[in-house]
Write a protein that binds this ligand. Structure first.
Ligand code: SAH
Length: 543
């Protein structure tokens, strides 16, 4: 039976869409109901119908979902910030876990048992260290800031927001008082007139440093000095004021040009015990404490050693690679934004890291150049924007043949698409874990470890402990192999172990260089494997 617009039906919410809207079935048709909760029994009013689905809104809740909580924000549902302020954080995490699970199993084709439980946040409010607030005029004709309503350019005014750092509210008030007193006009995107486009704020939680960036449709501001005086006198933790000029007719928030009005033009935060310099145009994770957990997982999955080369693609200010630099021989970072690359170089210097190099280029092009230079990274970290990796980059990565790829993704759908491409070329997902960096929204990060199908897998013969002499052995071949797999993330064959043991004078009687089949080739032990085996022999006190 067809659904009628404005008609009211009784229904139960049974699922969420990936955008976090509740879904119910009415007369066999899917109806999307924003701000509803799975388990709600409600009267649903139909607002819009399409051929195979409809949109509705809750008219009356008949029996609330057990996951509902009371909402603590007046503009929830109106501003485009939070999707979940009406359900418990536990049920939000369950939604995110399912979102990642569904994408990676259905599109990515991976075994769901490889996906670990989501790492939730200790704090689901006040975690954002960055706010980009559009400036506009309210109903009384006063300058105000706010957030865009969902899928629109209508600004919903606000003075404070529960997701933002508490450090921002005083800046908003001082800025608006200055703009209203001096009648500095907000920018109007339809007529492309007016001055103030965005108030852009950043806060370094660990060092308590604050940055104010004003994005303007102008090279300078009237009463600029007065603004600097007011902000610097009233905000003891203010470290920097920057004027960013954006005179383009565009949705992109910041322009290319920054002029420092106060301080050094950047702030410094501490992440994973290291210092990071952040300037207005550089990417920095908005949730510092969850970013630490994300990076720790990435490091654990990368499982690096001192003989390896790490390539950090889409490196931003270098954060992921630099936190791993001490574990590797050398690190190469690639990032497209020049200011972020400058920050990355400074961050290496700030943290006494001398084995890192940063390249300012498009990821796919840089990878191709590195491949031509015969750079062979052992491990590649990928942390692309939401649209995922260019297919040409993935092709180049196959050409570089790294042993491990750690993919950090902010979009489960593009991640799933990309890991499918990887699996077609012999890189398989070994582990995946979702990490919640954006509580109260539908966004979720995922870290995935992909490993190259082991080069020993094709060997026609298998060797066992009994094939070898055991003089002087304290550990079996299988113990050595599992030690190496755990520590280095790759397999070594019994043949490899025997080769190294012979080199060390641990075995004399040897038939290991005689393959069981006549046709079999005799592979040599690579430097990496030799190093790992020596390490294992030392570990088991055999040398
Ligand atoms: N790994 C960093 C940054 C991740 S965000 C961190 O955790 O902080 C993604 C980064 O990719 C941004 O810094 C963005 O500027 C950069 N980027 C976007 N497109 C790119 C491209 N085609 N080539 C290289 N870098 C790109």
């Amino acid at each position: 039976m067809e659904l009628k617009k404005n008609e009211i039906y009784q229904a139960e919410i049974v699922d969420y869409t990936t955008e976090g809207s509740g879904v119910c079935k009415i007369n066999g048709m899917a109806v999307f109901v924003p701000s509803s909760a799975v388990g709600d029994k409600a009267e649903v009013k139909i607002l819009k119908t399409a051929k195979n689905y409809a949109f509705g809104k809750i008219e009356k809740i008949l029996s609330p979902s057990p996951n509902r909580i009371s909402c603590d924000c007046d503009i929830f549902g109106k501003c485009g910030g939070c999707t979940f302020r009406h359900i418990s954080y536990e049920s939000e995490l369950a939604f995110k876990q399912k979102r990642v699970f569904d994408s990676l199993t259905r599109i990515g084709g991976i075994d769901g048992s490889l996906i670990a439980d989501i790492i939730g946040a200790a704090e689901s409010d006040c975690y954002r260290n960055k706010a980009q607030l559009p400036v506009t005029t309210d109903n009384d004709g006063k300058v105000c800031v706010g957030f865009f309503a969902p899928r629109s350019h209508r600004v919903i005014p606000l003075n404070d927001c529960q997701l933002q750092s508490r450090a921002f509210a005083p800046v908003i008030k001082l800025f608006l008082d200055w703009a209203n007193e001096n009648k500095i006009a907000p920018y109007d995107e339809t007529s492309h007139t007016g001055i103030l486009r965005h108030l852009y704020l950043r806060y370094a939680e660990k060092t308590n440093e604050l940055m104010v960036c004003i994005v303007a449709n102008a090279q300078e501001l009237r009463k600029e000095k007065q603004l600097v005086k007011i902000l610097s006198e009233h905000l003891p933790n203010l470290k920097s004021i920057v004027l960013n000029t954006n005179t383009d007719k565009t949705n992109v928030i910041t322009g290319k040009r920054c002029r420092t009005l106060y301080g050094d033009g950047y702030i410094t935060d501490i992440l994973c015990g290291m210092k990071f310099r952040i300037s207005p145009l550089s990417f920095y994770q908005v949730n510092r404490s969850q970013a630490e957990k994300l990076y720790q997982k990435a490091a654990e999955f990368a499982n690096l050693n001192k003989h390896e080369t790490l390539l950090d693609m889409y490196c931003g200010t270098g954060t992921i690679g630099l936190t791993m630099a001490k574990y590797v021989k050398n690190l190469i970072g690639v990032e497209i934004i020049p200011q972020a690359v400058e920050d990355a170089k400074n961050n290496a210097f700030l943290n006494d890291i001398s084995n890192a190099e940063f390249i300012c280029a498009d990821a796919a092009q840089a990878a191709e150049t590195l491949r031509k230079r015969n750079i062979k990274p052992d491990c590649i970290v990928l942390d692309p924007p939401r649209k995922g990796c260019e297919s040409s980059l993935i092709e180049t990565i196959f050409g570089m043949s790294p042993k491990r790829v750690v993919y950090v993704s902010c979009d489960p759908a593009t991640l799933a698409r990309d890991i499918k491409l990887f699996s077609e070329k012999g890189y398989f997902v070994r582990k995946a874990v979702p990490v919640d960096l954006f509580p109260r929204t539908t966004h979720v990060e995922t870290v995935v470890l992909l490993r190259r199908k082991n080069i020993d897998d094709h060997l026609e013969f298998t060797w066992t402990d009994k094939d070898f002499g055991t003089k002087g052995c304290k550990a079996t071949y299988s113990e050595i192999q599992s030690f190496i797999l755990d520590k280095y993330g790759f397999k070594v064959s019994n043949l490899n172990i025997a080769q190294v043991k012979r080199k060390c004078g641990l075995i004399e009687r040897e038939n290991y260089n005689k393959p069981k089949s006549e046709k079999s080739k005799q592979p040599g032990c690579t430097k990496d494997k030799e190093y790992a085996i020596m390490d294992a022999l030392r570990h088991f006190q055999m040398i």
